[in-house]
Design a protein around this ligand. Sequence first.
Ligand SMILES: [Zn+2]
Ligand SMILES: [Zn+2]
Length: 296
Amino acid sequence: MEITFLGTSSMCPTKERNHSAIFLKYKSHGILIDCGEGTQRQIKIAGIKIPDVTKILITHWHGDHVLGLPGLIQTRSMTETPTPMEIYGPKGIKKHIKNAFETFDVRPTFQINITEVGTGEFFKNEDFSMHALPLKHNIPCVGYTFNEADKRRINIENVKKTGIPEGPLLGDLQQGKTISWKGKKITPEQTTYLVKGKKITFIIDTGLTQNCFKLAENADILVCEATYASKLEEKATERNHLTSLEAAQIASKANTKKLILTHFSQRYKNTQEIEEDARNAFDNVVCAKDFMRTIV
Ligand SMILES: [Zn+2]
Ligand SMILES: [Zn+2]
């Protein structure tokens, strides 16, 4: 699994930072979280192919998070074999996308399924599931979690002792089923071990709210907005944004392993103040840069 930061600015982009977009690559899935203005160029510069974007998760309909969507869909329509795409977002997203496509005369040549998400699980296959919870912003806004499924792996030593040959019986054990072998019951607990799936949380644009902690709970990686450092806490609260210290407190209380901060105000020429502010509450923190890649 790989996370690529395509845009790490807040409302105003800078020479170094583009508007919000993050790309999560997992097996054949390419999940784009937000699609700020210019995201399709960022995708190309990052060496990602436009058709590789198979799902888009929109956090909310503010321009710095969605202005790149019509253009991306237009370009994807020009590719030779565009596959269907799913777009998820908070209440109102269907109407917003329809209006945007009409306004810009965007005519997708592939199927787009749009789902409005609120609370809880909205996608699941055998490899992973995704959840949403409402956040606290000026308009409907959601945070997301990507949850890789736990996997059973064969404990080769223990299987050797039982004498079970390679084949469907081992497959059954790996799927968590108890089997019969030479008149004995063999359980998955005896012959396999569980590898916990990774959890990645995305909290972008919100004031501090209880759902931040729920979303971030036990996450391997929390990607969190930190528009301001603590000196501007009042401004952050007034505008429904987080400070870097608040993001770090979420990571700490929610037992998160690693915190990656993003969505910085243009006033920060570098992220030293933001990072130092966060370290007061949580050590394993980095500030994202455009095109930064994290292997999970
Ligand atoms: Zn924003
Ligand atoms: Zn916003």
